[in-house]
Design a protein around this ligand. Structure first.
Ligand code: KG4
Ligand code: ZN
Length: 334
């Protein structure tokens, strides 16, 4: 079965072709980061307009790279939500128009399910994906969730953020430090040069008995540190604050993952979403996995942040389980 995937929930237009026999045939991505950078964050109207400009050329690029005809696809999966309404409408419109023109069924995929299943997508022989069941930490710009995953479509929420998502805290803290957008990679790079002993920031909910998170206090602690500095905060101090922020964030995320493994009795942990690309988080999780004897799996770096491959892949897995999941009713809903 060959599935076309379309992702347009935020500031990345992603298109991919996934074949259930042959794997990922092609994927193409356009990031709007450069366009939104000047505004310090995503401007929804600009995002939608850019998806319109990019979707069809990327789609053609993908078909050409895979060497398949449009008519060869069996279904079209598109991101149904959550995301920016206008941006989602573009992907859904392209999917449904193409479906109507080719007579192919469409299915809406939950964006988080795409992230959640992305560590199962193996595109090189050296990566062995995890078996079910596993615990998943979903850390993106909009979500921070711990989930028990027993199979495709079998997800139980174990913990969630009570306020800001991890990626949101990265982005907002980076903005306070004048590090630009998107903040996650920038603050992570800056933290490498920071003195770990210069500042200590709070570890929100580290000792709460549940698996929930809260990151707005951490962001406020960064704000307080920044405010306490003279107008021209020096680069070393920025690095020290970045380091304190990353250390606090990573300690909380790792501790909650270990607690979730303990609570479920599972020993496989899967990391998904943009913050899963974070180098400090990966090295702390790897160290914890060695020490506590669990296995940790990450999607390949290019599939951590938003992309079309995870949507094509999640759509294909859904269809394998339930061929009726795709429909010829093109009155879409996002
Ligand atoms: O999954 P994603 O691409 O989009 C959402 O669904 O939200 O995640 C984007 C988030 C942003 O907040 C970005 O700053 C963060 O992931 N991010 C990172 C890194 N790369 C992306 N955060 C920390 N370290 C990184 N290397
Ligand atoms: Zn995402």
């Amino acid at each position: 079965m060959l599935v076309l995937g379309i992702e347009s929930s935020c500031d990345e237009t992603g298109i991919a072709l996934y074949d259930t026999q042959k794997g990922l045939l092609a994927h193409a991505l356009h990031s709007q980061v450069a366009m939104h950078e000047a505004y310090g964050g995503v401007v929804p109207e600009l995002a939608s307009r850019d998806h319109i400009r990019r979707a069809i050329p990327l789609l053609e690029q993908c078909f050409a790279a895979a060497g398949v005809e449009h008519a060869a696809i069996d279904a079209i999966a598109y991101t149904q939500g959550p995301g920016l309404a206008g941006a989602l409408l573009v992907g859904a419109s392209v999917a449904c128009s193409l479906g109507l023109a080719l007579g192919k069924p469409v299915l809406g995929v939950h964006h988080l399910e795409g992230h959640l299943l992305s560590p199962l997508l193996a595109t090189n022989a050296s990566y062995a994906p995890p078996r079910f069941p596993f615990v998943a930490l979903l850390v993106s710009g909009g979500h921070t969730q711990l989930m028990r995953v027993d199979g495709v479509g079998q997800y139980a929420l174990l913990g969630d953020t009570l306020d800001d998502a991890a990626g949101e805290a990265f982005d907002k803290s980076a903005k306070l430090l004048g590090l630009g957008y998107p903040g996650g990679p920038a603050i992570s790079r800056m933290a490498e040069f920071g003195d770990p002993l210069a500042y200590k920031l709070p570890r929100p909910m580290l000792h709460s008995k549940d698996l929930n998170f809260s990151f707005s206090g951490l962001k406020t602690a960064v704000l307080t540190l920044v405010k306490n500095h003279p107008a021209n905060i020096c680069e070393q101090d920025k690095a020290n604050i970045a380091r304190a922020f990353v250390d606090a964030m990573v300690e909380v995320l790792v501790a909650k993952c270990i607690a979730a493994l303990k609570q479920t009795g599972l020993n496989r942990l899967v990391i998904a979403g943009g913050v899963g690309a974070n180098a400090q988080l990966r090295s702390a999780l790897n160290a914890a996995a060695d020490k506590k004897r669990f296995q940790v799996f990450y999607p390949e770096l290019e599939f951590c942040t938003d992309n079309g491959a995870m949507i094509a892949f999640a759509g294909a897995l859904r269809l394998q389980r339930d061929p009726a999941a795709a429909t010829h009713d093109y009155a879409f809903n996002v």
